[in-house]
Design a protein around this ligand. Structure first.
Ligand SMILES: NC(=O)c1ccc[n+]([C@@H]2O[C@H](COP(=O)([O-])OP(=O)(O)OC[C@H]3O[C@@H](n4cnc5c(N)ncnc54)[C@H](OP(=O)(O)O)[C@@H]3O)[C@@H](O)[C@H]2O)c1
Length: 329
């Protein structure tokens, strides 16, 4: 079977290759084997290939934080999934054609879910949801500001916030995205820049912003903080610049603002397996109904992993880059 191997840290497309490896074999007791049908290339996968991610496994390693698969066989004692069912995998190393994992690591996805969207269900939808529920107790009518608003997470935040009556101020790098984001439910859109604080006031008419969601880091964090009100919270959950977040002393000391971090694994780690399955069942249902989705720009075969990884690093994409390791999806 084919599998992506990361053989050296550095420029991602130089470090990965599609290799022929031994098959995973039949499932043992309590195990599940599934064919990987599709996986996205996420910013965290790119960071891992660069060697900048919090996880830096010994090489060669197989990247891939998420995927959707179809179960081909289950071992003795496995009852919550059956051959033929679609599943997402809570474990990593998914840039491959086939996986054999512990049964508790796979979560069935609702039948009828579009495969491309199912491939992106594991990480970004719960991230967007928990960013809105776990950081600040938001009420209907509250404002949230976020950068990377046109990213997959950003678009999901817009939809989920709108459903709660929470207003979103969406910071992007180009004005041409405004119409698309407003159609999704964005209340206001602004282009990032030195005068962000002033531009934002014109939209909120002075209403305080309680939460800032930052996945850019560096000075972009300080620019979001300049828009958030006294005692507001900035939540840093990513770094598209590769820099650490910057906040002014003034915002922290005089403004009483707080800078916190978010990572999905820790947020899910505070929940029981039943609660986690409920979150995915609910988000999966919203994806199935088309309420939540992430656009896709291109799908590559696994043999073209180098081109796929290079494409995923381009700015101004219209959507995610996916790989379909077992034929077109
Ligand atoms: N902490 C967690 O648990 C967690 C979970 C999921 C995702 N994340 C983070 O969430 C962020 C978005 O992920 P995603 O999968 O939704 O991304 P995505 O759909 O691949 O989109 C990437 C976004 O980053 C923007 N971008 C790229 N380089 C940038 C730069 N130098 N400065 C400002 N913006 C830049 C792009 O804007 P343009 O269109 O203008 O190029 C685009 O909006 C990433 O940082 C990711 O690591 C964190």
């Amino acid at each position: 079977m084919k599998q992506v191997l990361l053989e050296r840290y550095g420029q991602p497309e130089d470090g990965v290759r599609c290799a022929e490896v031994a098959d995973v074999g039949a499932p043992g007791a309590g195990e599940v084997v599934f064919d990987v049908l599709a996986f996205p290339i996420n910013p965290a996968d790119i960071s891992m290939c660069r060697g900048n991610y919090r996880l830096k496994p010994a090489l060669p390693a197989t990247p891939g934080a998420e995927c959707v698969g179809r179960v081909t066989a289950v071992g003795a004692g496995v009852s919550h999934v059956e051959p033929g069912e679609l599943v997402i995998n809570l474990q990593r190393e998914n840039w491959t054609q086939r996986r054999r994992v512990k049964s508790e690591d796979v979560i069935p996805v609702p039948p009828g879910l579009e495969l491309r969207q199912a491939a992106m269900l594991r990480i970004n939808p719960p991230t967007a949801l928990l960013l809105l529920t776990d950081i600040v107790a938001l009420k209907s009518g509250d404002w949230v500001i976020q950068n990377v608003a046109n990213s997959a997470v950003g678009r999901l935040v817009i939809r989920l916030a709108r459903a709660r009556g929470v207003k979103t101020l969406n910071v992007v790098r180009r004005e041409t995205l405004f119409g698309e984001l407003k159609t999704l439910g964005a209340d206001a859109c602004v282009v990032d820049g030195a005068d962000l604080g002033e531009a934002v006031k014109a939209h909120t008419r002075g209403a305080p912003i309680r939460l800032g969601l930052d996945a850019v880091s560096g000075q972009a964090t300080a620019r979001l903080s300049a828009c958030v009100g006294e005692r507001g919270v900035i939540c840093n959950y990513g770094s598209m610049t590769g820099e650490d977040p910057v906040m002014s002393r003034n915002a922290l000391i005089s403004g009483g603002q707080t800078l916190v971090g978010f990572i999905l694994g820790r947020a899910l780690g505070t929940r029981s397996l039943d609660q986690i399955r409920t979150i995915y069942a609910d988000l999966g249902e919203q994806v199935r109904k088309g309420i939540l989705s992430a656009p896709v720009e291109k799908i590559y075969p696994i043999e073209e992993i180098k081109a796929a990884v290079a494409h995923a690093q381009r700015g101004e994409r219209s959507g995610k880059i996916l790989v379909a390791p077992n034929g077109p999806v």
